[in-house]
Design a protein around this ligand. Structure first.
Ligand code: PHB
Length: 392
């Protein structure tokens, strides 16, 4: 062996490195980005999980199957909206499948467990629905993003409207877990700030749907307005039971828009006239939304809803980051900076992220007419979550 080969000069080393550079680039481009989808595919939120995945895939398809020049490989787990199984499920994605990014979930309790796993392992997490205030509050972190909303936001938006409409007393009714508690808290903050009073907070365990005794109680309390948070299959049953109990024409029903989103086919007559607030509506006239809805209906033979939009925007957000770092997902600082600075051209209307990585967005005032949540105004413009407890 000659002396030179064993001890290459600095120049030779540089030449070797230069020769290998294109190879390193090629390896990055060839390796797929591993996306872990942790969503409910069974249970009361099953349709929501499917819509989120559909939306995510739609954006990816529009980009020719690539984000930042890289193909995407999916790893899926059905989280069953069960917080007790959430840490194990998230750890499977992170440790066994070694995903580059987790996308999930719908249920606030599941998302909080995911945020903890994401923090412990410094894994990138994009939450495409769950509103748990802590995700962009006390648990906020550089690697945690949300493409949806915080629970406080829609509650606050509709509470503000209820206050402006001069209702004096309200009864609230929801599932007893973070999403219900926090949405009610947002409602109460705005409603009482506007001069109203929440006279009773009623709850039942998630995801139970034995509403009868509680509806009897609401009827007896005779509030000026009722405020509820329910979603998915549970929301379908609630709206039908509300009508069957004879409350539909007696007590105005206000809600965060999840009560009537993706549910109108099944709710039919019972949902007509319900007033809600949400960061999406079915008749926004922007071009982006029209194109999104057409394509979604064509691909999935389904009408899109807010969940599909949030899934679509989760992919857009990831795409914005990956494009900026040319697919190098290991360039975390560059990726995070680009995601933080992104202006997402969403079907809901454009939005940016707050310091805590939660969308700053308009909340539309909506009313159910036929099979659509029609926008009848804006309940709160450019609403930012207060990000209580976020130190970042
Ligand atoms: C939540 O648990 O955060 C949640 C679930 C379903 C929704 C909205 C929020 O539609």
């Amino acid at each position: 062996m000659n002396h030179r080969a064993q001890h290459p000069t600095r120049l030779a080393r540089r030449l070797l490195a230069l020769a290998l550079l294109p190879l390193a680039g090629a390896t990055i481009a060839q390796e797929k980005i591993k996306v872990g989808l942790m969503l409910p595919y069974t249970g009361t939120y099953a349709a929501l999980g499917v819509a989120i995945e559909n939306g995510f895939r739609q954006y990816l398809d529009e980009q020719g199957g690539q984000l930042g020049g890289r193909q995407v490989e999916f790893f899926k787990v059905d989280d069953e909206s069960d917080p007790a199984k959430a840490s194990d499920n998230a750890n499977k994605l992170v440790k066994r499948d070694q995903v580059d990014v987790m996308v999930g979930s719908v249920h606030s309790g599941v998302a909080m467990a995911m945020a903890k796993v994401a923090k412990d392992n410094n894994t990138l997490l994009i939450v495409p629905n769950a509103g748990a205030d802590a995700v962009t509050g006390a648990l906020c972190a550089p690697n945690i993003f949300r493409s949806s909303f915080s629970n406080w936001q829609p509650g606050y938006a509709i509470g503000k409207v209820a206050g402006e409409r001069k209702f004096k007393t309200a009864v609230t009714l929801t599932w007893k877990y973070a999403a219900g508690d926090e949405t009610v808290r947002g409602f109460k903050e705005a409603f009482e700030g506007g001069g109203g009073k929440v006279v009773k907070e009623l709850n039942l365990a998630f995801p139970t749907v034995e509403f009868q005794a509680l509806l009897t109680e609401v009827a007896a309390l005779k509030p000026d307005v009722a405020f509820v948070f329910f979603a998915g299959a549970g929301a379908v049953k609630f709206v039908k039971d509300w009508q069957a109990a004879g409350l539909k024409d007696r007590i105005p029903l206000y809600a965060s828009g999840f009560l009537t989103d993706g549910t109108l086919e099944a709710q039919g007559d019972a949902a007509q006239g319900i007033v809600t607030a949400l960061h999406y509506a079915d008749d926004l006239s922007n071009k982006r939304d029209q194109a999104f809805r057409l394509q979604y209906a064509k691909t999935y033979k389904l009408q899109p809803d807010v969940y599909a939009v949030q899934g679509y925007d989760a992919a857009q957000l990831l795409g914005a980051g990956l494009t900026a770092v040319k697919g190098d997902i290991k360039n975390r600082d560059g990726l995070v900076k680009a995601m933080e600075a992104a202006r997402i051209d969403s079907p809901r209307g454009p939005f940016t992220l707050s310091r805590a990585h939660n969308p700053v967005q308009d909340f539309y005032l909506r009313q159910v007419v036929g099979k659509a949540n029609k926008a009848i105004g804006v309940a709160a413009k450019g609403l930012a979550d207060p990000a209580r407890g976020c130190k970042m």
